[in-house]
Design a protein around this ligand. Structure first.
Ligand SMILES: [Zn+2]
Length: 105
């Protein structure tokens, strides 16, 4: 079981980086994170109109993040979208998977 406690979280206009407590680092392209947004609305869009999200995600940047308890991160995007909670379990798994990011549960 990998450690899923973040030590440092940082981001710029293209990537979010998490340094985990066990010393590993995961880097996530923002476009990927937005495309994989786990909120109910985005999951519905992915299921019915996947092209809609892909086009939109290119111009969207991250403004801020906040911790949700001990289990995940809430990301606040430049288009006002902030309902997706990315669990650390998902992020840790996605970072380790390299380019082949799993879909958020
Ligand atoms: Zn969403």
């Amino acid at each position: 079981m990998k450690n899923t406690t973040p030590k440092e979280i940082d981001f710029n206009t293209s990537e979010l980086t998490i340094d985990w407590k066990d010393g590993e680092r995961s880097t996530f392209p923002l476009e990927m994170l937005r495309r994989r947004c786990p909120c109910a609305e985005c999951r519905r869009i992915r299921a019915t109109r996947p092209e809609h999200l892909v086009m939109k995600s290119r111009d969207i940047v991250l403004l801020s993040w906040s911790k949700m308890g001990f289990y995940g991160l809430k990301l606040n995007w430049s288009d006002g979208h902030d309902t997706g909670i990315y669990t650390y379990d998902f992020l840790r798994g996605a970072g380790d998977a390299g380019k082949e990011y799993p879909v958020a549960p």
